[in-house]
Design a protein around this ligand. Structure first.
Ligand code: ZN
Length: 302
């Protein structure tokens, strides 16, 4: 092991908020050529995969791809988009959000270790058939007026910058989320909607039925990165959980936070409402990983 690697490992241990038991054991056994005393200072809470989202290699799911061992955290990308990499020197794992629009079949990411040559890691996206809903609505309710079209385009450009947020530190030791509001949870993630024979974007979040005014809390600790009143989504709060993992909470009747605020899991951020293009009060909860909306249910404990 050369000096630069040792420096990398040392820096990692000093920085790390968690070190797996396996790593600590191996380090104690001298397998990592680390003094055992240094490990004693580290928090030994294991980086258990049970604390990560469930793996589901389908459109709208999350792939957990093993990157193997490395002294420092590898950098991984899907195209230009940085990916969340978790783990420790024994084994790193890339958590990859798979787009609902992804074609089943071969897919790949690029991984770079310590500034070295980029390597391709391949995986396979399995097919998943989501339900389809065909609706007939009054003509004119599907098409936007020129004013609303212009508003939507402005909002889309702004939201693209919000969605590109990728910050350190990486998520807390557990990425398991709590339901942001009590109520009946629909399983309509991925539902394909066809209005008057016109395909719309599939439903990319979880709807939770609750009355106007019901408190909405942070599903996981995070920083508020955007609040606003949007044409489709109504009053919305975006949270950055770190490492490209974001939450979006929509149709709120009240927003109690502002950009820059830091919230703990379970801290109130607003209240359920019916703002935006909706027919009744409910919470729409979206979870985004590497700029890709994935099924929030994969992040729930039960
Ligand atoms: Zn929804």
């Amino acid at each position: 092991m050369n000096t630069s690697h040792l420096d990398g490992v040392d820096a990692l241990f000093l920085r790390a908020s968690k070190v797996s038991r396996r790593t600590a054991l191996m380090a104690a056994a001298g397998l990592l050529a680390l003094p055992a005393a240094r490990v004693a200072f580290a928090n030994t809470q294991p980086a258990s995969p049970e604390l990560w989202p469930n793996a589901s290699q389908v459109p709208g799911g999350v792939a957990r791809l093993s990157l193997g061992p490395a002294a420092v955290r590898p950098a991984a990308h899907a195209g230009e988009v940085p990916l969340l990499v978790l783990g420790d020197v024994i084994e790193w794992t890339a958590l990859v959000g798979i787009a609902l629009a992804a074609r089943p079949g071969p897919a790949s990411i690029e991984v770079q270790v310590d500034g070295g040559q980029a390597q391709e890691i391949r995986y396979t996206v399995a097919p998943k058939k989501y339900a389809e809903q065909r609706l007939k609505v009054a003509p004119g309710t599907v098409d936007l007026s020129p004013e609303n079209e212009a508003r939507y385009e402005r909002e889309r450009a702004h939201l693209a910058t919000v969605m590109a947020t990728f910050t350190e530190p990486l998520p807390p030791s557990s990425m398991r989320m709590r339901v942001p509001t009590p109520g009946r949870r629909s399983s309509s993630f991925g539902l394909r909607r066809v209005f008057n024979g016109q395909s719309r974007n599939p439903h990319s979040g979880m709807d939770i039925a609750a009355g106007t005014g019901t408190p909405v809390v942070a599903p996981l600790q995070g920083r508020v990165i955007d609040t606003g009143d949007y044409f489709f989504n109504g009053n919305t709060v975006w949270l950055d959980h770190g490492g490209g993992l974001l939450s979006m909470l929509c149709h709120l009747s009240a927003i109690d936070v502002k950009p820059g605020d830091t919230l703990q899991t379970g801290e109130r951020l607003g209240a359920v409402g019916a703002t935006g293009r909706v027919t009744g009060p409910h919470l729409h909860w979206g979870v985004m990983l590497n700029r890709t909306m994935v099924d929030p249910a994969l992040f729930l404990s039960a």
